[in-house]
Structures are given as C-alpha cells and as structure tokens.
Design a protein around this ligand. Structure first.
Ligand code: FES
Ligand code: FES
Length: 164
C-alpha cells in the first residue's frame, strides 16, 4: 500500500488485520499517537485521514491505501527546525497537559476543529472535543488553550493568522 503521512509518501506492506495505529507506531516509528483503550472510547489515537478525524486504533491500515494522514508529529512547522505549532504552544502556556497521554489526540482534534471553524465558541470547542477523554481532567485548560490559539495568541508573526 501507499500512504502519505505528514507529507511523506511511504510504500508499505501491512497485514490485513493491522490498524492504522500499528502502522504509525510500529512501522513508521511515529509514537506520538497513543494507544490507550484500543476500542474507540478515549480518542488518544486520533489522527486525520484525508482531513477527517479518525480513531486510528479502529481504522484498518489497508483501508488507508492512497490516503493522506496527519499525526501530532506533523503539527510542528515543517522547515522551521521543529518549531511548535501555535496550538502546541497554547497547550504548554495554559498547562493543558498533565500526564500528557491524551494530549496528541487532543491536539489533532483541536487542529481539525480550527481548520473547519477558526473562531469557535466554547460550546463549539466542547462539542468538537467530546470524543477525546482526559483522565487527568484538564478539560477547562484544554478549552482555554484552544480558545487562545483561535484568538491568535500564539501565531507565528511570519505566518500571520496560523491559528492551528
Ligand atoms: S486508543 Fe483509540 S480510541 Fe482509545
Ligand atoms: S493529561 Fe493525562 S489523560 Fe489527559
């Protein structure tokens, strides 16, 4: 199969039963995406497939043949020496991660939200993030961080309104 991950094209052989999460973590060593519940309940494994959020633990890798996937590793600015994205800076500044295990999935879900809705209300944020659980209970800080990123508090001056 062929799959593009964070802008890089890969030719891979996968077992019919392999999940997209296993492809990312075990074959591509992209371990930012986390395995927690392994049954579609927590959102820690959230990635984008052709722009839509999916739980990669429930997504068959073979079904992603020809797809473009974005993971948390792809959020950092390409060509900017790994500079963090505004959303990542906002999560740090607003202390939105404690253990951090849910954070990659939270960031991808928030990124997808801001791509579709650059000026979300708090209700929009809560609705968009409802599939991502945080056992540490940092929900208020996650909402604050997403609101801050949407408001441009952490935008790169050289890229203007890059909220996500
Ligand atoms: S690990 Fe996939 S939804 Fe929890
Ligand atoms: S920060 Fe620990 S599960 Fe969310």
């Amino acid at each position: 199969m062929r799959i593009t991950v964070n802008g890089h094209l890969h030719d891979l052989t996968v077992a019919p039963s392999s999940t997209l999460l296993e492809l990312l973590r075990d074959q591509l060593a992209l371990t930012g995406t986390k395995l927690v519940c392994d049954r579609g309940e927590c959102g820690a494994c959230t990635v984008l497939v052709d722009g839509a959020t999916v739980y990669s633990c429930l997504t068959l890798a073979a079904g992603c043949d020809g797809a473009a996937v974005a993971t948390v590793e792809g959020l950092a600015a390409v060509g900017a020496q790994g500079a963090l994205a505004p959303l990542q800076k906002a999560f740090i500044a607003h202390d939105a991660a404690q253990c951090g295990f849910c954070t990659p999935g939270q960031l991808i879900a928030a990124h997808a939200l801001l791509l579709q809705n650059p000026a979300p209300t708090d209700d929009d944020i809560l609705h968009a993030m409802s599939g991502n659980l945080c056992r540490c209970g940092t929900y208020p800080k996650i909402v604050t961080a997403i609101r801050a990123a949407a408001n441009g508090e952490f935008s790169n001056p050289s890229t203007g309104s890059d909220a996500a």
